[in-house]
Design a protein around this ligand. Sequence first.
Ligand code: MF3
Ligand code: CO
Ligand code: CO
Length: 263
Amino acid sequence: MIIIKNKKQINGIRKSSKLARQTLLEVGKHIKPGVSTEFLDKIAVDFIKKHKAIAAPLNYGGFPKSICTSINNVVCHGIPSSKEILKDGDIINVDITTILDGYYGDTSITFGVGEISKQAQQLIDVTKKAMVLAIKKLKSGRKLNDCVGQTIDEYISTFAYSAVRQFGGHGVGIKFHEEPLVFHYRLQEHYDNLKNNPILKEGMILTVEPMINASLEWEVKIDENDGWTVRTIDGALSAQFEHTILITKNGHEVLTKLEEENL
Ligand code: MF3
Ligand code: CO
Ligand code: CO
């Protein structure tokens, strides 16, 4: 069931979402060549603790760290490590989920490390814009996949890119992952039903978090050794951006956006 959040829950989720974003921007300040992803994890943990919250990923389904750090061909769920050192030209997605007073906020950005290639920058720009265009469509009364999957598919169709299908966005707030599953590609007709493509209602909270591969190959594979790290199967770069969004009567509110930020 999709949870419709009440005022109190919305306020709590809004606070956690802002903290997640602040944490993410704080981590972003430390991204440069020579830094380990374990160090970024520590920056996040210290910041989250200082604000009396908890990092949601730690021990979630056995995940061993507090944030996800996904470099280059890693699509998502990369595990921070002291052996993994950022180098000039890398791209890295940092994904932060906080629990504050029991409420969840979930957000991510793909950053460039030092100077990155034109191709990498274009992938980042297109992935961010795909997320933004989808978010802008969200409004009560509209169907979820018409706003998100269709918009993203249409926008990326002029690039040799593809949207990952094996992972999606999700309802969020009371738990880490709630219904509905948010597909970032257009659902085929026989999958286009009320469960997969619900009508948006005021008080729903969900994430939009497209993972875009710089390849027409959307397939990904999970690392057999750690059981988490998701990679493109052809080694292509992959980028991702994520926001937590509240559906309102007249549109939406991006809960993970700070006042001083533009979408
Ligand atoms: N933050 C991710 C998301 O956007 C989920 C990470 S699950 C973890 O849904 F266990 F890897 F942390
Ligand atoms: Co998410
Ligand atoms: Co996330």
